[in-house]
Design a protein. Structure first.
Lengths: 139, 152
């Protein structure tokens, strides 16, 4: 994956595809403390009107943040990051899981050297994160 | 059910959380953050950190329970079984590291109604043991209207 520093403002970010399985959701539920059953229990998810077990929005956001820090080549590079959770990522009960494709655009560099990055995340062709913008501190 | 608007502008007493190396490792494994600075103390110190550092969204580990305390206050009137998480933001002043004892102060920034749904924005200001700012997080939750449009 090429570095953010090699990209000009407006350049597309190198794409990354991440697979999310039920096991990933259980692991994230334990690590984050978000034990909401809609993220691991199909019966409960269906009862509340969801199409099935869905990934935590915060899990998708965590994967997006890692995508940005990997691009910046600094695990602590992100100084701000905000997003809207526009659609759920439905994770099937199989060994294949759901795929999320990350992409986006490199943004402008501010006077202090920090830089914005716009991230897109799509699942089955539709965006799951909206207005996802991160600011990366100067290298 | 409309939310209690008097919650806007209120803040709640700080909740403290002690950040451990093992919790950072566990979170880093869960989100696939495999950089050694999240796992190995020597690697983190070599990179200039006091101890292993947390991935970007790690603060949710302590900001969400602090927020949940307000979400679950019956006086607010939010039915958690109908809540969806709409927006999330992080402003990071410095990376969280193992050994940090952080305090989270939750405030309600905004309450409004959108097409019959309750929309509420929580802010969480996180400081360290010296009172220095660590991060500010914002979470907007939507309490979906009952399907029949009633206030049941």
């Amino acid at each position: 994956m090429s570095a953010l520093s090699d990209l000009a403002s407006g350049d597309a970010l190198p794409a990354r595809t991440v697979t999310i399985t039920r096991a990933d959701l259980v692991r994230y539920a334990a690590a984050s403390g978000d034990q909401n059953p809609i993220h691991w229990n199909e019966r409960v998810a269906l009862e509340v009107g969801l199409p099935g077990v869905i990934a935590h929005g915060m899990f998708t956001m965590a994967l997006a943040a890692r995508y940005v820090t990997d691009l910046a080549e600094d695990p602590t590079a992100v100084v701000s990051f905000s997003t809207r959770f526009t659609r759920p990522v439905v994770v099937p009960d199989d060994d294949t899981g759901a795929t999320v494709e990350f992409g986006g655009k490199a943004g402008d560099t501010a006077d202090d050297g920090s830089r914005t990055v716009t991230v897109t995340a799509t699942h089955e062709g539709k965006g799951v994160l909206g207005k996802a913008v991160a600011t990366v501190r100067p290298a | 059910m409309p939310l209690d608007e008097s919650f806007v502008g209120r803040s709640w007493p700080a909740e403290t959380y002690e950040v451990s190396l093992e919790k950072i490792r566990e979170f880093a494994v869960a989100v696939g953050a495999d950089d050694p600075v999240h796992h190995d103390r020597d690697a983190a110190r070599s990179a200039g950190h006091p101890d292993v550092v947390a991935p970007t969204t790690f603060p949710v580990v302590f900001t969400w329970p602090a927020t949940r305390r307000v979400v679950d206050d019956p006086a607010l009137g939010l039915d958690f079984t109908r809540v969806i998480h709409r927006d999330q933001g992080f402003e990071v002043r410095r990376p969280v590291h193992a050994g940090d004892v952080v305090s989270s102060v939750v405030s309600v920034d905004e309450i409004r109604e959108l097409a019959g749904n309750d929309v509420i924005t929580f802010r969480c200001d996180v400081t360290d043991a010296d009172g220095e700012a660590v991060a500010t997080t914002r979470a907007t939750l939507v309490g979906r209207a009952e399907p029949d449009g009633g206030d049941a």
